[in-house]
Design a protein around this ligand. Structure first.
Ligand code: SF4
Length: 765
């Protein structure tokens, strides 16, 4: 009997034998190579190890299933075009361990839910379609045909297609994503939330309004010719490690780097590139020239202080700081911005930001000197209530300097998942544009739904309120990736059916609807045979390059199906009068790319150009200085100073990743760069704050959040003294996602405020 009350929605408490050392001052180097070898050695055979590592990110190889940092357009390193965390991602997917019917017969869902996320993930690759019947304790094997039949019956039983939710994780290829959205829209709903809702949705909203495109504008080569790179709210050493190579090259070309972050991250201090001798024997390359340690959530005051100081200099000597010609020709709203800045006091703003005023002056000086400037960011800006304003304030800075639409300059929101940008380009969005729907109507002869669907936050609420009864996930680990874990768990358990298309076991397979189905799919590293012919898929990276990915390994099981095949067979089973030839399309993926070319602008000659070495760039107006906004120009914006209401006994908590983690996948229990080993239930605190709560480093505290009258508790976190601003703390997700309230999200983008949760700490009893 499957007793729901015995299930564990969050990783269970374990006695962690924590070990703490001083945080590292350098990233990568020989240790990263040793760590990579350790990970592949544990998971892969030698044969598969060389097969994968010497084909990942190569022109004819497969795309790394990790982040979305681009590969060089030209030369790819023969020593290997990957980083330590890319190797960990590959080792996870290409592991030789297997999770099949025998495994599930042995381990009940309740038992598995009491395993840590780390242990679940290390169980191995899923090999067979499995079903968990209502009230049963263990998953049982089911045939693909029966699985599709059950899902389609349930879908067609719903009183409205809007009672079903179709989630997408950012690893899904362009071909699978396009077919998926076409199936879901032919089924009759726009309920297409995706992981982008939780990460760069705020960037999409901010950039679309100001620059006319929701994507970054720079290319990799811009890093090599720029004068100044500002890295804000991002930790590339762990989350986009090959970015360090681009920063090193920029430094070698005399660029300056300013880092803005509440935490001094090793990856932005010094980089030992293992691709050259200096990275083994030398002292590495110092990256950051100026570190501004901003308080959590105080980015707008900091950026505005810089804008005010730049304005002072500009007004003292007109034309010496601002690019008047660019402003004149290409922007809208300049005067309003200037008038609003004149009402501000830079020194007061500096105080609010927590950054020393003299350092802000130094940053202003570097920005003034720069003719070309790139600003990079990630979750540190996008997961706040005022996230959209955070990003728009940065755009103001670029526009005043005329650093848009020219080489060496522009915006660089770095995507954390290999094809999250591609999925959105393919139409995975709950708010589709009419032009896209009209094209679908014309090309596939059906009337697409026009009502916007649920994003991730509203999808969870719909399930909790019983408005949605079926949840289908294309990849990912929805339960652990989303906010308010216990609320989300109840929402999923409220469904009649939950379906997960997955490669590996995770907690979302254990906290399920009344009936749960697992559909095991091919991984990015695996050969995808359709009609006896090896197919390739395509993805889009952070710079808007669409390129091919060709699996190299024999699939982990003969029972796996590719994502496109799963979608087309489900569509055949579910849609009664679709005119789309689903099976024919998946017999040769060139056919899918042909219909993408006919539907989405910028994909002309798709099949020919995707076969070019390195693929092709999608059009990008902001890169070319064409701003397709409501004014036809780049828009300045006026962004209010956020109210930071934190009482004396409260802290602002931000959730972060450890170095042994990729999103919710836990590769290991160490966070080497921060000097934390064999532990995940930790809280980084300033030594003065530890004293303030009468505790010591190593003591355990409960973290308690009160929001809209509700209390949320995350128990037993070990205190780690860390150089973080006072009244700011940091913890790992998914362990503290339980504290992120479902109703706490960014204005206009609905991105959960995982970087800004007000909490209290109490010594654990
Ligand atoms: S930087 Fe990102 S895409 Fe590149 S190898 Fe590392 S994880 Fe993979």
């Amino acid at each position: 009997m499957n007793d729901k009350n015995k299930l564990c929605a969050t990783t269970p408490l374990e006695d962690e034998k924590i070990r703490i050392t001083a945080p590292k001052q350098t990233a990568a180097g020989p240790i990263a190579v040793l760590s990579s070898i350790k990970h592949v050695y544990k998971e892969l055979s030698l044969k598969n190890c060389s097969k994968t590592l010497f084909s990942v990110n190569q022109m004819t190889g497969f795309d790394c299933p990790g982040c979305a940092w681009p590969d060089p357009d030209d030369h790819r390193s023969a020593m290997g075009e990957f980083c330590e965390n890319g190797v960990k991602a590959i080792a996870e997917e290409a592991t030789e361990k297997r999770v099949g019917p025998g495994f599930f017969a042995k381990h009940s869902v309740v038992e598995l839910s009491h395993w840590s996320d780390f242990k679940l993930g290390k169980s191995g690759r899923l090999t067979h379609p499995m079903i968990l019947y209502p009230g049963k304790s263990n998953y049982e094997e089911i045939s693909w045909e029966e699985a599709f039949q059950k899902i389609s019956t349930q879908l067609n039983k719903l009183s409205s297609p809007d009672e079903a939710i179709f989630y997408t994780s950012g690893r899904t290829s362009n071909e699978a994503a396009f077919l998926y959205q076409l199936f879901v829209r032919q089924y009759g709903t726009n309920n297409l939330p995706d992981c982008s809702n939780m990460c760069h949705e705020s960037s999409g909203v901010a950039l679309s309004e100001t620059l006319g495109i929701g994507k970054g504008s720079v290319k990799l080569e811009d890093f090599y010719i720029t004068d100044l790179i500002i890295v804000v709210g991002q930790n590339p050493g762990t989350n986009h490690p090959r970015m360090l190579t681009a920063l090193q090259k920029a430094k070698q070309n005399n660029a300056q780097i300013i880092t803005i972050n509440p935490l001094p991250e090793a990856g932005l201090l010094n980089f030992k590139n293992p691709q050259n001798l200096g990275g083994w024997l030398g002292s590495g390359t110092n990256l950051t020239d100026l570190f501004l340690q901003v308080k959590v959530g105080a980015d707008v005051p900091l950026f505005k202080a810089i804008l005010c100081l730049l304005l002072e200099e500009e007004e003292a000597q007109p034309g010496s700081v601002f690019d008047r010609d660019f402003i004149e020709k290409h922007t809208h709203g300049y005067q309003e911005l200037i008038e609003s800045l004149r009402t501000q006091n830079a020194e007061e703003l500096a105080k609010q930001s927590g950054v020393d005023f003299s350092l802000i002056k130094q940053a202003t000086h570097k920005i003034k000197q720069a003719k070309r400037m790139i600003i990079c960011w990630a979750m540190g800006l996008t997961q706040h209530k005022n996230a959209v304003q955070n990003i728009q304030e940065l755009v103001n800075l670029l526009l005043l300097k005329g650093c848009m639409g020219k080489p060496g300059s522009g915006t660089c929101p770095v995507r954390g998942h290999s094809n999250v940008q591609g999925d959105r380009t393919m139409g995975i969005w709950e708010k589709p544009k009419d032009a896209f729907l009209n094209q679908l109507k014309e090309n596939f002869d059906f009337e697409p739904p026009r009502t916007h669907g649920y994003d991730t936050v509203n999808a969870i609420k719909a399930m909790a309120e019983g408005k949605a009864k079926v949840f289908f996930a294309m990849g990912g680990n929805f339960l652990s990736a989303t906010p308010d874990t216990n609320y989300t768990a109840r929402a999923l358990q409220n469904c009649e059916l939950t379906v997960q298309v997955s490669t590996k076991l995770n907690r979302s397979h254990l906290i399920t609807g009344k009936t749960a189905i697992i559909l095991p799919c091919l991984g990015r590293t695996e050969i995808d045979l359709q009609n006896g012919k090896a197919q390739f898929v395509s993805v889009e990276n952070s710079m808007g390059i669409v390129h091919a990915s060709r699996g190299q390994l024999k699939p982990a099981s003969e029972h796996l199906k590719s994502e496109p095949a799963i979608v087309s067979e489900l569509a055949e089973a579910t849609l009664k009068d679709s005119k789309v030839k689903w099976t024919w399309l998946t017999e040769d993926y060139d056919r899918i790319r042909d219909i993408i070319e006919q539907t989405i602008p910028g994909f002309g000659n798709y099949n020919q150009r995707v076969r070019n070495d390195g693929g092709f760039y999608l059009p990008n107006g902001a890169r070319e200085g064409n701003f397709h906004t409501n004014t036809g120009k780049a828009n300045f914006t006026i962004n209010p100073i956020p109210e930071i209401d934190v009482k004396e006994d409260e802290f602002i908590m931000m959730t972060i990743r450890s170095h042994d983690q990729f999103n919710t996948t836990i590769y290991g229990l160490d966070d080497r760069y921060r000097g934390i080993f064999n532990a995940r239930r930790i809280v980084l605190m300033h030594k003065n704050d530890i004293q303030k709560i009468n505790c010591q480093a190593g003591d355990e505290v409960d973290i308690i959040g009160h929001y809209e009258g509700e209390e949320r508790i995350a128990p037993r976190f070990k205190i780690v003294a860390y150089p973080i601003p006072e009244q700011c703390i940091a913890t790992y997700f998914p362990e503290t996602n339980v504290l992120v309230p479902i109703n706490s999200y960014a204005d206009r983008s609905y991105t959960p405020t995982s970087k800004n949760v007000v909490v209290k700490l109490k010594a654990s009893s």
